[in-house]
Design a protein around this ligand. Structure first.
Ligand SMILES: [Zn+2]
Length: 334
């Protein structure tokens, strides 16, 4: 189970939310703040046999069942790629199709999975503590799956509670949002995040530098540290882009590269307007005469690329194209 479950800022929010009534929650906010972990903490507490004000006990049969990912009263709705990454088992049918290479793991929440979840919510619960449905990332529902969920949210069949977690609430159907109690994820205190990260084995100086590049989001820092992205690598990124060095991006997926370049663009726009950069140190940014208009256009192109980044024709070529575009922008003279 993810260590961030025990992070103090997640625990505080869990206590807060569990004290309130509500059969459907929407946890929203930017990535890296732990909405999946908070959602899991809430579902665990709902199903726990000896819950405390702080949440699940962590030690009862229900908690153990969740820890090993086989709780009869918990349905987890995620894209298959996310389930695999987070260690949740796929349905037998889905696993079979993927094993036989009939299809690739889906990056959306599949209609089949939603049908199973709707059917699940109509069954009686196995352990007598009600049932829970966890949806993450909720923005990966298409219109069909979202509408199927909406029906269940509108007429909840008895003792089932829902927790949806999203990093892009604006992409959800407004009708889904309005059926849920919304909670906006809270930011950890800076020293809290540093203490937690050092507990995860990220040394303090590295954590400090990476917290800056991750915009203060501890989960993203952990991801970066695990991916081996050092503060030195981050510091050298702007100048590498100005020099057109695509190798600097070689260890990133196109989606990660786009995210990094968006942060660079963001900081260049801030500098243009006379503000302090957010993700880089001022000294790490290369000289550039690019105007605000040129930078804004670059940002728009990056957003467009982000839409295709999950299915790149060729990841290497895409990284080269992204680098070339970054270089051209940085060298632009107006
Ligand atoms: Zn328990």
């Amino acid at each position: 189970m993810s260590a961030i479950l025990n992070a103090p800022w997640i625990a505080r929010q869990a206590t807060d939310l569990l004290a309130q009534r509500g059969h459907a929650w929407l946890l929203q906010g930017p990535s890296g703040l732990g909405q999946y972990e908070l959602a899991l903490a809430m579902a665990s507490a709902w199903l726990c046999e000896k819950p405390t004000e702080q949440g699940a006990c962590g030690d009862c049969p229900s908690c153990h069942a969740i820890a090993v990912r086989t709780h009869a009263d918990l349905a987890v709705l995620m894209p298959e790629t996310v389930m695999i990454a987070l260690g949740w088992p796929l349905s037998e049918k889905a696993q079979d199709e993927i094993d036989k290479k009939t299809r690739k793991p889906s990056k959306e929440i599949r209609v089949d999975a939603m049908r199973d979840a709707v059917e699940f919510s109509q069954r009686t619960n196995a352990r007598g503590r009600g049932k829970a449905v966890l949806v993450f990332p909720a923005e990966r529902m298409n219109t069909i799956t979202a509408n199927a969920l909406l029906k269940t949210l509108e007429e909840p069949p008895g003792a089932v509670r829902f927790v949806l977690a999203t990093e892009a609430a604006h992409m959800l159907l407004p009708t889904i949002r309005s059926r849920c109690l919304a909670h906006t994820m809270k930011w950890p205190e800076a020293d809290e995040a540093l203490t937690w990260l050092s507990g995860q084995g990220v040394p303090a100086p590295v954590a400090q530098a990476l917290l800056r590049s991750a915009g203060g989001r501890p989960n993203d820092v952990l991801r970066q540290a695990e991916a081996g992205l050092s503060p030195e690598w981050w510091a050298a990124l702007p100048k590498a882009m100005r020099g057109g060095d695509a190798r600097h991006l070689a260890d990133l997926s196109p989606a990660q590269a786009i995210e990094a370049l968006q942060k660079l663009c963001h900081d260049l726009v801030l500098r243009q307007s006379g503000a302090a950069p957010r993700f880089f140190e001022a000294t790490q940014l290369p000289p550039s005469l690019a105007s605000a208009a040129v930078l804004t256009d670059w940002f728009k192109r990056l957003m467009q690329s982000a839409r295709t980044a999950e299915h790149p024709f060729n990841a290497g070529l895409m990284l080269e194209a992204l680098t070339a575009d970054a270089q051209q922008t940085l060298l632009s003279k107006g």
